[in-house]
Design a protein around this ligand. Structure first.
Ligand SMILES: [Mg+2]
Length: 320
């Protein structure tokens, strides 16, 4: 999921066809920022953790709606579509048949949390259905989560590609060079998912995948979020990129990321243990003894132990 957030941040300054479609650019500049893709990724991660791994459809959807509304209302200017912000603000939110790429950009936590591909796809479908209950919206979520699930198990890229083509019917035959000349900012799944998958398939690393996104242009923050989430699972994210990106990620998001990473440790290589969010250089450490209380709308708020001074706290000694 951090791969989605960082892809969003890097792609943010090229959205709406800004930039000149090049792989050569500064990854992080003053004009980078997180957008709706990051806020909703955080919302989905927190909802799934609050619901619990074995939760049923009703529980997960209730937690999703609560969490997406909470974070959406807290960050209302992150760049949502008009219908989504109406959904965030209404007291009685209902799915609205969307096939926008929002279902794919927010789903990445699902790809890490569950033990089978079937369960991964099922929960991914539910994350879409609370808003994006159009078949194409659901496909966007299911295919992204499935690709992450397969990638984190080091499934060969060709096999991931074949699975996505066979199961979801996306045409992944076009190369980035073929996509690039006519590709513009579009916000539907049908013109986002194949392109995002191809950025990953032609990539050779996390960074290269993100650079592929700017090479073809389009809805670059969302493409960065989707392709970046898959690339993260396949290659992981270089520490230098994580460290630079962390400056753009509010502490309350970092706490959700940290809690999420801890919760999926059994499901991923132990490299998550070394997340930058544990590193003293950033100074964002969840002190031992931190508990959570349920805040407004059921969101969990960290309560630090008295006198922990967590801002300056050194990394806990994990040898003990
Ligand atoms: Mg966005």
């Amino acid at each position: 999921m951090l791969g989605a957030i960082i892809g969003d941040i890097i792609g943010s300054r090229f959205e709406f066809d800004r930039g000149n479609k090049s792989k050569e650019f500064e990854l992080f500049t003053e004009t980078c920022d997180f957008t709706d893709d990051t806020v909703m990724t955080i919302a989905v991660a927190e909802a799934l953790m609050n619901a619990g791994k074995e939760a049923d459809e009703k529980t997960i959807k209730t937690c999703l709606i609560r969490s997406m509304k909470f974070w959406g209302q807290k960050y209302p200017y992150a760049g949502y579509g008009a219908r989504f912000i109406d959904w965030v603000l209404t007291d009685d939110p209902k799915p609205y048949g969307s096939y926008g790429n929002g279902s794919g950009m927010r789903v990445s936590p699902v790809g890490w949390l569950y033990d089978t591909l079937e369960r991964t796809r099922e929960v991914a479908r539910w994350t879409a259905e609370v808003t994006h209950n159009h078949p194409e919206g659901i496909k966007g979520a299911e295919s992204t989560a499935a690709a992450i699930y397969l990638a984190r198990q080091k499934t060969p890229k060709e096999d991931i590609k074949k699975y996505i083509e066979d199961e979801f019917g996306y045409d992944l035959s076009r190369t980035l060079d073929e996509i690039r000349p006519d590709y513009e900012h579009v916000e539907d799944c049908m013109h986002t998912m194949p392109e995002a998958f191809t950025c990953f398939i032609e990539g050779v690393s996390y960074e290269d995948t993100i650079r592929n996104v700017m090479y073809i242009g389009g809805d670059t923050d969302t493409l960065g979020a989707i392709a970046g989430a898959i690339a993260e699972a396949f290659w992981w994210i270089p520490a230098r990129i994580e460290i630079k990106a962390s400056k753009y990620i509010p502490e309350e998001f970092q706490l959700v990321v940290k809690r999420f990473m801890d919760s999926v440790l059994d499901n991923c290589p132990k490299k998550y243990m070394g997340s930058v969010f544990d590193a003293p250089v950033i100074g964002k450490v969840l002190p031992e003894g931190t508990t959570f209380i349920k805040g407004e709308n059921g969101c969990l708020i960290p309560v630090y132990p008295e006198g922990s001074g967590h801002e300056e706290k050194e990394k806990p000694d994990q040898s003990e």
